[in-house]
Design a protein around this ligand. Sequence first.
Ligand SMILES: Cc1ncc(COP(=O)(O)O)c(C=O)c1O
Length: 475
Amino acid sequence: MMGLRQLTSKFCQQSIRLSSAMPRVVTEVVPGPKSQEMKQTLGNIQNSTAVNFFADYEKSQGNYIVDVDGNQILDVFAQISSMPLGYNHPALIAAMQSKSAITTTVNRPALGIFPPADFIQSVDDALLSIAPKGFTRVQQMACGTCSVENALKCAFFKYRDIERGDEQPREIDLSSCMMNQAPGSPSLSVLSFKSGFHGRTLGSLSLTRTKALHKVDVPAFDWPCADFPILKYPLEENVAENDRIEEEALANVAETFQLWKQTKPIAALIVEPIQAEGGDNHASPKFFHGLQKICKEHKCAFVVDEVQTGGGPTGQFWAHEAWNLPSPPDFVTFSKKLHIAGFYFQKQFEPLQSYRVFNTWVGDPLRLALLKTTLDVIRKDSLLEVVQKSGKTLMDGLNTLQTSKPESISRLRGKGTFIAFDLPSEEIRAKLISAMLQKGVLMGGCGVTAIRMRPALIFGQKECEIFLDTLESCL
Ligand SMILES: Cc1ncc(COP(=O)(O)O)c(C=O)c1O
């Protein structure tokens, strides 16, 4: 089997070949006829209205996704921000051909009760090797939303232990919870933010505050919502105003804690380092310091949701590490670019009893193996530096565009390649996304009128140039 060095050099050659290939659109419109027909057929089986196009994943390579009609499209969205190394990275393909990968694929373990012999080493090599500062414990899960929900369960367990003064639930707790009644099912809450997104399952949906259509008709927890600062751009011209906006948002959080204290105390506060689905809303480290301080005052768990920001797109492995908090958060949730989902947590939040955080698979050794190989490539190819460099090129180029076309682009913001800008309306955004796709560049939207960039970590200078040129011509 080839070593990582040989594989990476093979990949570089392929990337060079592909980057000189450029986007290539061969159909009159994208999505092309095959994609359109398949979408209709899929519509006979399930709701297919969100499908953009059908992809040919065998032919896709590096930063380029190839669709079933043969269009080769520069992917600046990367499967909703979840592809760290782009398509068909040879190191990942080789990792999946190993004997142990085959063994775990055909014998998928229920990790909570029958972990494989090499499990501890795999967790060590993958998840613990990148643990955010101050964390030594991690729990795997299947996806972002269930990571959020299980981290919150741990926060509730701890909150009740402290209230009860005992880590063992009492008889009254055990009997009342079976009827969904207090004290076993306690009247506690979680604070989330306007425009925050934390998933779409029954619990996390109550924390999500992006689109009404995601929430409507579903019973929700009556939980509090606070203001997230919506900053003015450019930042350097709005320092005092943004300070005021953040102070007001913090005051709103503190007030919300007081308001809910008597009826439904807040056991956990959950926040994204950059509100992603909600429109790429950033805040300063000072704001997050303020949040942590309020949480400590109220003995409330501070949960940082890094499902979208984690894994390097901001130019740091964990976005929250840029805040330099005086002490680590209580939980950090992750998924997407890490292949595997889960949450890091502080030891005091670990439930004592078994099966309280549990499901059939609680993770996937195969995804851990992919993460380990991905980390090897990130380190060897200095991909965080690639992200920083490409981020700068993109920000410089977009800044120039914003200056020359202020009527089209506004509120340019970003860290690393985690970049967004606003367009004048939702309709214009839809037109721009479609126009870019016709020229072979795939972008995503977020919030009401924003375009978000979420390329793979291998998005290089050549790809930046193509993106900027195409955007300029479409604007
Ligand atoms: C910040 C954040 N949290 C949670 C989720 C939910 O993750 P998943 O879609 O894997 O359930 C997402 C998904 O986009 C997210 O961006």
